[in-house]
Design a protein around this ligand. Sequence first.
Ligand code: AMP
Length: 285
Amino acid sequence: MAISLVETIADLRAQVAARRSAGPLGLVPTMGALHEGHASLIRQARAECATVVVTIFVNPIQFDRPEDLDRYPRSLDVDARLCESLGVDFIFAPSVAEMYPRPLECKVEVGRLTDHLCGRFRPGHFSGVATVVLKLFEIVQADRSYFGEKDAQQLAVIRRLVSDFNVPTTIVGVPTVREADGLALSSRNQRLDAGERTIAPALYHALQQVKGAIESGVASVSDLKRLAADDIPSDARLRLEYFELVDPVDFQPVERVTGPVVAAGALWVGTTRLIDNMRCVPGQS
Ligand code: AMP
């Protein structure tokens, strides 16, 4: 089937309805500026579903800083070609007016899951994410929905959203895709200049040190946080916003590492904020 670019909710619903009997429907929500990380989600959806819908929407209500929204990369033509080459059936790329014809009166409120990590530093962000994803779930009504482990806190929020609101879709988490030097792929990497790009893997490196230490038995969270902070090179362009060790389900900080944890951090590289995380299991290398 040739790829179809759809811009309205009514059109998408009508076109997708005609495909439902073909088998499972897969949804891959994105903000565009697609890269190999997105491609990995799309390939998995393609392998598991009869019909694949990729949504491309830069969601204004999840941005806590207006300049981040203004600078967010947009490349619909290139994205559409990549989607076509991956065998996507529908791209849903609505306008802001289509998604938000009037200011919302109702929004999803997220609880303690977002008290730490990005939630602490980006007020309103996860409410904006949960709200737009709930709208996309309602619009597309997919059997399976694909999200990256790169955004671990987001994935945890979406899993609870689906459980708390009884959304009939299966959430599939997809492992993080990285560059050869370990940097997690991100649309925001495009903003790094050549010098910033060479130092950007610092967070990945720190995460690896912490993972190794946990695997070899270090359980003290303060020691592990110090290890991470000390591992970030002293460079005026690098600033560690947070580095935390949290429980993989409720995303609350742990005091000692006695079981699986998620190590997660946010690193400013110049004016670009990058995030990354790793699941770490004591005594398991
Ligand atoms: P975004 O366009 O950044 O909102 O991301 C759309 C989806 O792609 C989210 O579920 C992300 O977690 C996922 N994603 C982004 N980068 C990566 C990556 N490097 N590896 C795997 N998934 C990713």
